[in-house]
Ligand binder design. Structure first.
Ligand SMILES: [Fe+2]
Length: 392
């Protein structure tokens, strides 16, 4: 990290953060100033209904006389057509704000719909950067996973099926107006999703800490985030109902979200997006957990001091170690942690075909260039292929 950039910071979070147990029951109160009818966006998996979180939101809105309509046509890697349909429903139903309830897919879709309602159709123009977002309807984000951080950032990730690319919309207009973080809504995450979403947040924290754009504030958020994740992830996987560890993980994912809002991610995310664009069944966090060790190994030599600092933050014994050894300790820790939390997979285990890797490399260089170049060590196409193959 160049010394000149360390204290060069712009930070203006327009999102009101409500972080507390039971916060989901306050959504009606928070929505009062934002609109009269909500489009509530959830994924079609059904867990928001099954676990009663949608019911909580509905009751809370009703108690304040706010109307709503539920839109659940959203997959776990949301697509352009799902955003466009959501826009149609919101227009037909005359919704004037949007609630994203669930993981990153529901929240990002809510943001994308809100942007299109505010700036005009079609959404794909914003995704392909052919038109600027000029306004958005208000969004309330209620994360029920501890991975995305999307509740406090200006990004929305949506898959452009035609181009087979997972692209990111970036706009200050799509910061949620309110982020409602209720640890009680995360206790129902099953063990593998607990681990995978926490790895998404861990990856955000690592990438924000070491990337070329990083700054002092992003590092404060990232450091606190990774510390909380490594202290709690194993316990959360085994004892999902423990509210104290869930609170720490939700806290950590929010902080990692703030970190990437400031300085974006880097190569690990640049490699995961092609992966889940080609294989939409692949969970983003799971994909990251597979790529992370090879990414760190490749990046180490250009960011030794930073990874050595991370080793200290993680609480590893670094006394008497050289910088190289301490940096390597951070790598070993991550490689080992994946196994401990039940994510000991390779790309082939997810059904990825080796013959797709060249196309994934091309895809990354076409659509993820900014994040590739934000990595301390910038790979050639050959080197990128090697990282995928090492994870294969
Ligand atoms: Fe992510």
């Amino acid at each position: 990290m160049g010394a000149s950039s360390v204290f060069s910071i712009r930070f203006n979070l327009p999102t009101k953060i409500v972080f507390e147990r039971g916060a989901i029951t306050k959504v009606g109160f928070e929505a009062e100033d934002l609109g009269k009818k909500a489009l509530i966006v959830i994924t079609r998996g059904g867990s928001m209904i099954k676990f009663g979180y949608l019911g909580n939101v509905r009751l809370s809105l009703e108690s304040r006389g706010i109307k709503y309509v539920v839109y659940n046509n959203v997959s776990s890697n949301p697509r352009v057509d799902e955003v466009e349909k959501g826009v149609e429903v919101a227009e037909k139903e005359k919704c004037d704000f949007v609630v994203g309830l669930g993981g990153g897919s529901a929240i990002d879709t809510a943001k994308a719909i809100a942007a299109t309602l505010g700036s005009g159709k079609p959404f794909i123009k914003y995704l392909r950067r052919e038109k600027e977002i000029s306004a958005a309807y208000p969004v309330i984000a209620i994360p029920t996973t501890h991975g995305t951080g999307s509740e406090v950032d200006k990004y929305a990730v949506v898959t452009d099926v035609e181009r087979k690319a997972k692209l990111t919309v970036i706009s200050r207009h799509i910061y949620p107006k309110v982020a409602i973080l209720d640890p009680e809504t995360t206790v129902t995450l099953p063990p593998q999703l607990t681990a995978a979403t926490a790895f998404d947040a861990l990856s955000h924290a690592f990438e924000a800490y070491i990337n070329r754009s990083t700054n002092r504030l992003a590092r404060v958020f990232a450091a606190e985030s990774m510390k909380n994740i490594v202290e709690n992830i194993e316990y959360a996987v085994k004892h999902g109902l423990n509210i104290a560890v869930r609170t720490r993980l939700l806290w950590a994912s929010m902080l990692a979200g703030l970190a990437i809002d400031l300085v974006r991610t880097a190569l690990c995310h640049a490699m995961e997006h092609p992966l889940s664009a080609f294989y939409p069944h692949v969970h983003h966090g799971l994909g990251l957990s597979i790529l992370m060790p090879a990414w760190i190994k490749f990046t180490l030599e250009s960011a030794k001091e930073d990874f050595a600092e991370i080793a200290k933050i993680l609480g590893l014994k670094t006394e008497g170690l050289t910088i190289d050894q301490a940096a390597k300790a951070a790598y070993d820790f991550v490689a080992d942690l994946r196994k401990k939390v039940g994510l000991n997979f390779k790309l082939r285990d997810l059904g990825v075909k080796a013959e797709d890797i060249d196309a994934m490399v091309e895809n990354a260089f076409t659509y993820m260039k900014a994040l590739i170049e934000n990595n301390p060590r910038v790979p050639t196409k050959e080197e990128l292929k090697k990282i995928y193959l090492e994870s294969y």
